[in-house]
Design a protein around this ligand. Structure first.
Ligand code: ADP
Length: 182
């Protein structure tokens, strides 16, 4: 099941899948760690699929701080770019909501600067970093909708969720955010 909505000339999708297997988008977003190393979860899947060249390209860009984003090539991944965001550790990096929103804003800013037409996000901070998924999804979808009027190159924003539960939460957050924005 895919939820898809067009808003301000941009398509927003929520679907279930693997962020490292999105060959039809220009850029994928990594839920990175501060050192931009391989790690587990999303970062592990992305670095394994990209190959060691990605860690090498990342090394001089690290460390990054919560809310920040950096962009690299995609190496062996079927995309043009990887945008690495460091989400907040819930309850430690504060204010967590503003730092999480900054991840989405900074990723979209980098996408615009690199003429990226389509971008796929995972659910940043909701794995090892412990952010409750309902709250994180609300922030993610609201922030993305707020940014839409300023976008010119980005035409597709996809949220790739690992579980059916997380997909439902994000689809619901998308409907709600659009309802509030109208
Ligand atoms: P963080 O450290 O920012 O919390 P994680 O990588 O631990 O990031 O997890 C973020 C979310 O992504 C979790 O919901 C996790 O289940 C999910 N996830 C893990 N691997 C993948 C993957 N390959 N594709 C999409 N989502 C994934």
């Amino acid at each position: 099941m895919t939820t898809r909505r067009d808003y301000h000339g941009v398509t927003i999708e929520c679907l279930q899948g693997n962020i490292a297997d999105q060959p039809d988008v220009d850029a994928i977003v990594n839920a990175a760690n501060a050192q931009l190393r391989i790690g587990g979860g999303v970062a592990g899947a992305i670095h394994r699929a990209a190959g060691p060249g990605l860690e090498e390209e990342c090394r001089p860009l690290a460390p990054i701080r919560p809310g920040e984003a950096v962009i690299t090539g995609a190496h062996n991944l079927p995309n043009r770019h990887v945008i690495h965001c460091l989400g907040p550790v819930f309850g430690k990096d504060k204010p967590s909501d503003q730092l999480l929103a900054a991840c989405y804003r900074n990723a979209l800013r980098l996408a615009e600067e690199h003429d990226i037409g389509s971008i796929a996000f995972p659910s940043i901070s909701t794995g090892a970093f412990g952010y409750p998924v309902e709250a994180a999804a609300r922030i993610a979808l609201r922030t993305v909708l707020e940014e839409l009027p300023g976008l010119t190159s980005v035409k597709l924003i996809r949220f790739v969720l690992f579980s059916t539960e997380d997909l439902e939460v994000h689809s619901h957050a998308l409907e709600k955010a659009i309802g509030e924005a109208r």
